[in-house]
Design a protein around this ligand. Sequence first.
Ligand SMILES: CC(=O)N[C@@H](CCC[C@H](N)C(=O)O)C(=O)O
Length: 385
Amino acid sequence: MTSPYVELRRQLHRIPEPGFQEFKTQRLLLDYLETLPQENMEIQTWRTGILVYLKGTNPVKRYGYRADMDGLPIPEETGYNFQSEHPGYMHACGHDLHMAIGAGIVTQFAQTPMKDDLVVLFQPAEEGPGGALPMLAAQELADWMPEQIVALHIAPEYPVGVIATRPGILFANTSELFIDLTGKGGHAAYPHKANDMIVAASQMVSQLHSIVARNINPLDSAVLTIGKMEAGTKQNIIAEKARLEGTIRTLSAEAMQLIKSRIEAVARGIAASYECQITIDYGSNYLQVYNHEELTREFMDWLTGESDSGVQLVECTEAMTGEDYGYFLEKIPGFMFWLGAETPYGLHHAKIEPDERAIGLAIDTVSRYFRWKSGSLDESPAVNR
Ligand SMILES: CC(=O)N[C@@H](CCC[C@H](N)C(=O)O)C(=O)O
């Protein structure tokens, strides 16, 4: 029989929504939360997010768990019979699993409280424009601010049972990148009377790709990806406008600064040689995910000691993915970890089908960890997987 959390994940999978438009997602989660015992639980909404407070029996400390909520603009190509009902949108980054795990953790503590308090946060807009910073600034969270926080991200490359993390930097600094080029359009047969922005944008993409290869110290990892290019209106019209959309990833703040200044130099060169106007917008920027060194090491040691939990700990390297959870870790001590959910297709792929057995394992592991921290491990109920 399918567990209630897998069922909830499937329902969430059907309704992926863009950042700050997670209206149906919020409704579905609120409906689920209403089915739970309410005696020691309080719920607040913030924009399309949800904050759940679970009161402890004799609280000294307040812990936190954060799950992200938004989907991605990807037309789904999985074989699921619970595919996205929102054309062109898909949960392709595991946020449906992250939320189902969050709901499972709430269930565990609504049914059997621990000694300490727990706040579970469902945060909108992780993929963009970023919900973490405004949520951290919101009065709703200020009143319930956790003293330690945990989050996870599914990992398609690890089997179920693997939890991978490291003390220190786990995910990169990120900056979005939007470049608009404006030249002069015209008839395809009169190129000498126009400034073709398809040619200018193509040149610019090549030059942008040489920045990481030729300006960044190879020992200081960085990535610049252009994920979208738009130009032109018809095959026999010279394009007056072009737009490039991408993202920059770095492990150091200095490399981010350097890449941005090189992008601006490339833009000045292209603008001069193609006699066009270029504007650059860096969109939203996320801070690196920096795991608290002692707390992460303590979690890793605890996992290693949990011999019959079915979890295998891997100490992994950093990844160039980004996460606005980095802003939580800037303010609140805590960590993030990768949760094995093996599938042949990676994050942000139209065919990704994460292994759902990861859901029960994560609910069990995170709940047991909080109970252990709180000195309440003896009261640990089994998870309905
Ligand atoms: C885990 C993950 O895939 N996160 C996203 C975060 C996106 C940040 C921002 N919108 C950007 O594109 O720079 C990622 O792409 O790493």
